[in-house]
Each structure stands twice: as C-alpha cells, then as structure tokens.
Write a protein that binds this ligand. Structure first.
Ligand code: STR
Length: 504
C-alpha cells in the first residue's frame, strides 16, 4: 500500500500552482521539524508500539525502501512486535501480523472492527460505497450482503449451474491451451478469458467466443481498474490531492465509465425481460430481491460490477499461482493427476460430487492460497467503537490492516513456510485439516461473500485442466519467478508453459 508512496510522490506530474503548494507544505514541515522532536506514533502509556511520525507526512518517510506493504509490515513486525502502529499521513493505523490478533479483529471483536475507511478511488469505483467489499458497516449493508449471499447460493453448492458453466468454458480453454503445440506460451490471457467468460455468464448470462469485441473491452477496463484502484496512492491518503491532475485517477475514471455504460445496458436489458420465474443470473436475482426503497439500481449495478471484478481477478490469479507452483513441483502435479485417474478416470468430466474423493487436489488449492494469498493485506478495516487488540486499547476510527501474508508465513505455525507443501493440509491419517492460521478469505462479518463460489470454481477449473493436460516448463526455461507483483491483488509475473495433452 504505502511503499509506493514515496516513489509516487516524486513522480507526480505537478502543475506550477501545486508546486507552490508543495513548497509551502515543505516550509511548514521544516518549521514543525525545528520546533518538535520526533514522536513515536503513539506515546500514551499502554498504547501500541509504533513507528515515529512527522506532522502531515505521518510515518510515510519510514516506509520507503521499495518493499511491497505485506513484506514491509512483516519486516517491521520483527522490530516493533506483531501488533504495531503507524500513521499513513494523518490516519492512525494499526497493523496486525499474528493469527491470534487477526482472530480478535476479525472474529472475537469482528463487529467492532467491521467498518471500512472511505477512500477516493474506491468511492469512485462504488459510487460512494454502494457495494459489498468497500462499503462501511451499516444496517443497509447487512441487508444488501444477505441478498447477495442468497443470490450466490442459487448458483453454487447444491446446484449444477456453476458446474455446467465452468465445464463448457473449460472445453474451449483446453482447446485454446492445447492449440499452442509444444511451443512455450503465457497462459495468462487464455485463463483470464475463460474465467471472465464464466463470471459473465454468472452475472449477466453473456457467453463470448474468443476474440469477441465486448469481451475484449471487459478485460481491458477491468485491467485498468486493477492497475489503479486502492494501491496506496497518495489520493487515498490525502483526499484533497484529487484536485490535481493525476494520470492514475483519470485512467480509473475512464475505465469506470466504460464499465458503467456496459453494465447499465445489461441492467436495462434484464429489467425489460425480467420475470417472476427462476433468475437467469445474478443480475436477475438482485433485481428480484430489490426492496423498493433500500436497494437502489445503483446498489444492483455496483454489486454486479464488484462480483464481476472480484470473481475474475481472484480466481484467475489463484489459478495462475497454482500453475506456477506446479511448474516448480512436478511431483505435486503428478500426484494430483494420479488421484484424478484413480477417482475419476478420463472417460467423464469431473463433477462437484467428486470433491470429497479428491482431498489432495483440495490441499493443492489451499496451499496455493496460503503461500500466495491474492489479498496479502486484507481490505482495510476501521474500528467502529472504542475497542482493543491484544489488550491495547484502540479508539474509534482507527484503521486496522490485517497482514495475511505474515500470518500465512509465520514460522511458529508453519513448518518451512516458504516451501510449497500441500501435505500440510493433511493429517497423519490422510484426512483434510484446516489450521487456524489459514484465513485466505478473511473471517467474521467481513469474510469474503464469494468464498464457496470461489472454492467450487477453483476446484472445477483445476481438476478439469489437470485431468486433460500437463503443464511443463519450456525447454531450458527457468521456472517462474515467485515474487509476484502487488496491485490490488498479488499477481505472478508473466511466465511461459508448455501444455501437453494427457493420454486417455
Ligand atoms: C478488481 C477490478 C474490478 O473491476 C473491480 C474490483 C472490485 C472488487 C475487488 C476487485 C476489483 C479486486 C479484488 C478484491 C475485490 C473485492 C474483494 C477482493 C479487492 C478491484 C479481495 O479482497 C482480494
């Protein structure tokens, strides 16, 4: 979030008027520096240890060094303790790095910490919080969330809808991947297209052929949003900066207006053909559940847009991480395929009902989400009342960041945390176990609303792919870089694979 701040500060394209402002700010800063000593973030007794701070800038000068936030916070936790505080500009922020404290924040006192800060970029994206993920905690939000959750269950577990959709999209994905022959290629575009297609079908019943212009448009604007949203840019810390020209913000606005035009069209089409019968898709389900005054069209639109963005980014990224790790660990891939051969065979498609018989595949998915969580620092929480973390009091309005990365890599709870080892999710008797420090979807009132849909989709995609093909490294190529690149999600850097069909 904030490691990029200093570099973005220096690269901001400033017009002359704002240059004056910056100089003025610098003068004020120097004045403060001369009259005040550096104060630690919180100097009250019993309060949370933290980084030093300056006026206006807060602790930002201590967050440089170029590390992405999840790694920076993990490093700072070694020095300041697993709960520490800092000021992101003027905002007092507590960072939580251990699973005990995360459980306090998310579960035990989940209600106290269920708020969301308002940010310039996400307010733009969600029309001031008319969505689920970034909206503050209010009675309307709870209602809205329940409706979305119920709509999801229409497509998820217990029905074959998602299965039918995924399986038909997997067919064309396989064909596309296999069409590359023995040539090494980047699997990202094909995987993203397949996942986008599934989500388009779920949300508004559209299915696209590869190369469809509307599909390309969707992928392009989505990518633009991913590159620009909630990335710890300065406008999200100092909202007044939005008055200055900002390339990132205008790109975001462009993408949002393309998105809105497309979704508004889908909404009108759906309204015109809506019936009382079974909902055809998420948009239908939302429209049917829309109580007159509470859920406005804006809410429906923002929910659909978010389900869309979240569904695409998280699923495709997780799949690409898992494939990257399988290239590093061919023995894991072989073991998954052996399990598939024994339990499903090659004559029929994998189905949801096979899930219980494929424990190792489940472990591979879990291990992928542990070692490279798509959201390494969860979406920021805020304290809605005075509360406490680890016995320290925390006052209302405090921002809380949960560093899932450090929890998923805590050497006290994970043996060799940097090793990709799906067996850690099996007990001695070969039964599945879920360790308490595994929280890839968060927990509590703000837990991911799409969790079961996501798990099902990952299962169907990965099982169908590995049943039909093997992934290997191109001849002489180095295995994929595993560092990743942090945007709004943690993505793998592009890498190449060779895909070979499996006999059968
Ligand atoms: C991706 C791009 C887009 O078009 C819309 C959204 C809104 C929801 C976001 C999503 C984003 C990125 C991943 C998020 C998701 C909500 C929950 C999910 C942040 C920006 C995670 O927490 C990983």
């Amino acid at each position: 979030m904030s490691s990029r701040l200093l570099s973005s500060l220096s690269s901001l394209p400033l017009p002359p008027s704002s240059l004056l402002l910056v100089l003025l700010a610098a003068a004020v800063l120097v004045f403060f520096l001369m009259t005040q000593r550096l104060r630690p973030a919180s100097s009250r007794p019993g309060s949370i240890p933290g980084l030093p701070r300056l006026p206006v800038l807060g602790s930002l000068p201590w967050l440089g060094g170029g590390l992405p936030p999840h790694l920076l916070f993990t490093q700072l936790a070694r020095r300041y303790g697993s709960v520490f505080s800092l000021f992101l500009g003027p905002h007092y922020t507590v960072v939580v790095n251990s699973h005990q404290h995360a459980r306090e924040v998310l579960l035990q006192r989940g209600r106290d910490f269920a708020g969301r800060p308002s940010m310039v970029t996400t307010d733009l994206l969600t029309r001031g919080g008319k969505d689920i993920a970034f909206s503050d905690y209010t009675p309307l939000w709870k209602l809205h969330r329940r409706l979305v959750h119920n709509s999801f269950t229409l497509f998820g577990e217990g029905t074959s809808r998602l299965q039918d959709i995924v399986l038909s999209s997997v067919d064309s994905l396989c064909a596309e991947l296999l069409s590359n022959g023995r040539r090494g290629f980047d699997p990202c575009p094909a995987v993203t297209r397949a996942v986008t297609n599934v989500v388009c079908t779920l949300v508004f019943s559209a299915t696209y052929q590869p190369g469809d212009a509307e599909l390309q448009e969707v992928i392009r604007y989505n990518d633009g949003i991913v590159q620009t949203i909630a990335r710890g840019g300065l406008v999200d810390i100092y909202p007044w900066m939005k008055v200055f020209p900002n390339r990132c913000l205008s790109r975001l606005k462009d993408c949002i207006s393309i998105r809105d035009r497309l979704l508004a069209r889908k909404l009108e089409e759906h309204k015109a053909s809506l019936s009382d019968g079974d909902p055809r898709d998420l948009l239908d389900a939302l429209l049917q559940g829309q109580g007159e005054e509470t859920m406005t069209d804006d809410h429906v639109l923002m929910t659909a847009a978010e389900a869309f963005g979240a569904g695409v980014e998280t699923t495709s990224t997780t799949l690409l991480w898992i494939v990257a790790y399988l290239l590093h660990h061919p023995e894991v891939q072989q073991r998954v395929q052996k399990e598939l051969d024994e339990q499903v065979g090659s004559d029929r498609a994998v189905s949801v009902s096979d899930r219980g018989r494929l424990p190792y595949l489940d472990c591979v998915i879990n291990e992928g989400m542990r070692i490279r969580p798509v959201s390494p620092v969860l979406i920021p929480h805020t304290a809605m009342t005075d509360s406490s973390i680890g016995g320290h009091s925390v006052s209302r309005g405090t921002r809380v960041l949960v560093n899932m990365w450090s929890i998923h890599h805590d050497p006290e709870h994970w043996d060799k945390p940097d090793l990709f080892n799906p067996d850690r999710f099996l007990d001695g008797g070969g039964r599945r176990v879920t360790p308490p420090c595994f929280l890839p979807f968060g927990a509590g009132p703000r837990v991911c609303v799409g969790e079961s849909l996501a798990r099902l989709e990952l299962f169907l995609f990965l099982s169908s792919l590995l049943q039909r093909m093997s992934f290997t490294l191109p001849r002489g190529a180095a295995p994929p870089d595993l560092q990743g690149r942090l945007g709004v999600v943690l993505q793998p850097l592009p890498y190449k694979v060779v895909v070979t069909p499996r006999a059968g």
